[in-house]
Ligand binder design. Structure first.
Ligand SMILES: Cc1cc2nc3c(=O)[nH]c(=O)nc-3n(C[C@H](O)[C@H](O)[C@H](O)COP(=O)(O)OP(=O)(O)OC[C@H]3O[C@@H](n4cnc5c(N)ncnc54)[C@H](O)[C@@H]3O)c2cc1C
Length: 487
């Protein structure tokens, strides 16, 4: 048997990846397990990407404390990981008299939670800041500490930094059971065999309650709460600010926001469902989203939409995050029910988990050679002409544009395929490079990308997938190819 790990983390979402990164600072052996072909394949890839200020969560909850603590860590974390983050501020817009009372409530809640700099502004000021806002806006709660981030790059960068600091990552490895010896959890059974570790961290997102049940920890359940979205063409995106409506009892409401890449995003609605894998969009859901967003920005037009998607919140039965070392299962740490603001809270959740591990007896001694800095590979479209020319002179593959809408080059694709957390599928490349994220949604680039993936991975094109086994693009050859690239 191999030496046991000190910590096995189940789940490569933003939470698991930040826990891995936080642990990689110390002299401990850490393994991160993800059942999909890439990290950031669950809820972390389908959300609104807001770094929430922290006025929403009920004071005294873990959600409230970790939201505000996580938010404060974002400037440093994103600078270290070289990830797009804009602390642009957020606005909750009041459209009715009653909404104005809600703004007061949110403001006071925010004060209790320790959110700094909030201000209630007039409808006139709101319209000055965002001319596209509904002319009936009567006021807004402005929270300058709110922001927007790229959730894919954030999660991938955290995983990459963890791997470069010594964390082992195994993809396509699904934990099917927990191993118990003498009353303690001592490891996990997976589709690839058993792995032993002193501590197992359950960061399995929507499936965290199932793992808890396998450890004999009952009473906490997770309901998938679906949220649907529209993405707008960047060329047609004119919204400058993050606009929330007043919240509902189960969600922050359907908002209108720019993304860090300049698209407008609208959504999500909130519908409890049963199937934890169901990320389909529905005509009724999309209708609800458009109508909701138009209340905030009446000039939005459907013809400017380029994509739709849905994400599932892991809504826990207690209404709060559950982060605990359960007495019934020593050796296990549960990080469950991490619904919104989980993306914001993730860096703070990681520190909280480290404290729990220390309390449970894990010695965390700093490594001399820990490096928190991770640099992104070059993004061709963002370079100056001089930088582009220099890059092409170094490597001609940067001179070949594969995705025309987003100007993504072959050089960037090859770099992502061979990165410390390798992109081995089309969607993994999309999350890292933005290929296929533009107006044509992959219409032009897909055959080229299949070819590049096949060549770089040494696989036949029939083995190349959109997002892992079962999503192959092509099933057989229709004609022979002479092996020469015709570009
Ligand atoms: C509609 C919507 C909007 C949101 N908007 C925001 C927002 O604007 N701001 C914000 O802060 N938060 C937001 N959130 C919340 C945020 O996205 C989540 O809190 C966060 O992504 C949760 O991360 P996670 O790592 O816990 O879960 P996930 O990202 O789901 O990761 C869990 C991982 O575990 C893996 N896994 C599961 N079971 C196993 C197993 N048995 N073995 C191995 N691997 C396994 C899964 O494949 C998955 O990759 C939103 C969520 C939704 C759905």
């Amino acid at each position: 048997m191999d030496d046991p790990y000190d910590v096995i983390i189940v789940g490569g979402g933003v939470v698991g990846c930040f826990i891995a990164r936080a642990l990689s600072r110390y002299r401990v052996r850490v393994l991160l397990l993800e059942r999909e072909s890439d990290v950031c394949s669950g809820t972390s890839k389908a959300n609104t990407a807001i770094v929430h200020a922290g006025y929403d969560a009920k004071p005294g909850t873990l959600k409230a404390a970790l939201n505000v603590a996580g938010n404060r860590m974002y400037d440093q974390v994103c600078a270290e990981l070289d990830v797009p983050f804009h602390r642009c501020g957020t606005y909750v817009v009041a459209l009715t008299e009653e909404d104005l009372y809600t703004l007061d409530d949110l403001y006071h809640r925010g004060m209790q939670n320790g959110v700094s700099g909030m201000r209630i502004i007039s409808g006139e000021e709101m319209r000055r800041v965002e001319p596209l806002v509904n002319p009936d806006a009567r006021g807004a709660l402005y929270a300058p500490t709110g922001g927007i981030v790229d959730p894919f790059l954030l999660t991938i960068a955290a995983a990459e930094n963890a791997v470069l600091n010594g964390v082992h990552l195994r993809l396509e490895t699904e934990v099917t059971d927990l191993i118990r010896q003498n009353g303690r959890i001592v490891g996990v059974s997976t589709n690839r065999g058993q792995i032993f570790g002193r501590f197992v961290i359950n960061a399995a997102g929507l499936h965290a309650d199932q793992l808890m049940a396998k450890a004999g920890v009952h009473g906490f359940t997770i309901t998938p709460r679906k949220g649907e979205y529209y993405v707008f063409d960047r060329e047609k995106s004119r919204v400058r600010t993050v606009l929330f409506p007043c919240p509902t009892p189960i969600s922050k409401g359907i908002l209108v926001t720019p993304t860090t890449h300049g698209n407008t995003l609208i959504g999500p609605n909130a519908v409890d469902i049963r199937d934890k894998e169901d990320v389909t969009v529905t005509p009724e859901g999309l209708e609800e989203v458009f109508a909701g967003a138009q209340r905030l920005v009446p000039t939005l037009e459907r013809r400017d939409v380029i994509a739709v998607f849905a994400g599932l919140r892991a809504s826990g039965s207690t209404g709060d995050f559950l982060i605990e070392a359960p007495a019934q299962a020593p050796g296990l740490i549960n990080v469950a029910g991490i619904e919104s603001p989980g993306l914001t809270a993730a860096p703070a959740i990681a520190e909280f988990v480290l404290d729990l591990l220390r309390e449970c007896g894990l010695a965390l001694l700093e490594k001399a050679n820990y490096n928190p800095i991770r640099r992104s590979p070059p993004r061709f479209s963002e370079l100056s002409h001089r930088e582009k020319a220099a890059l092409i002179a170094q490597d001609a593959r940067y001179g070949r544009i594969v995705c025309r809408c987003e100007t993504v080059t072959e050089g960037e694709i090859v770099a992502a395929i061979h990165a410390p957390v390798p992109a081995r599928t089309y969607d993994a490349l999309k999350r890292r490079t933005r290929l296929g994220a533009g107006r044509c949604q992959g219409g032009f680039d897909t055959p080229r990308v299949i070819h590049i993936l096949a060549r770089e991975l040494g696989l036949p094109p029939t083995a190349i997938t959109k997002k892992g086994p079962g999503s192959e693009f092509v099933v057989r050859k229709t004609k022979e190819w002479d092996g020469n690239e015709k570009v």
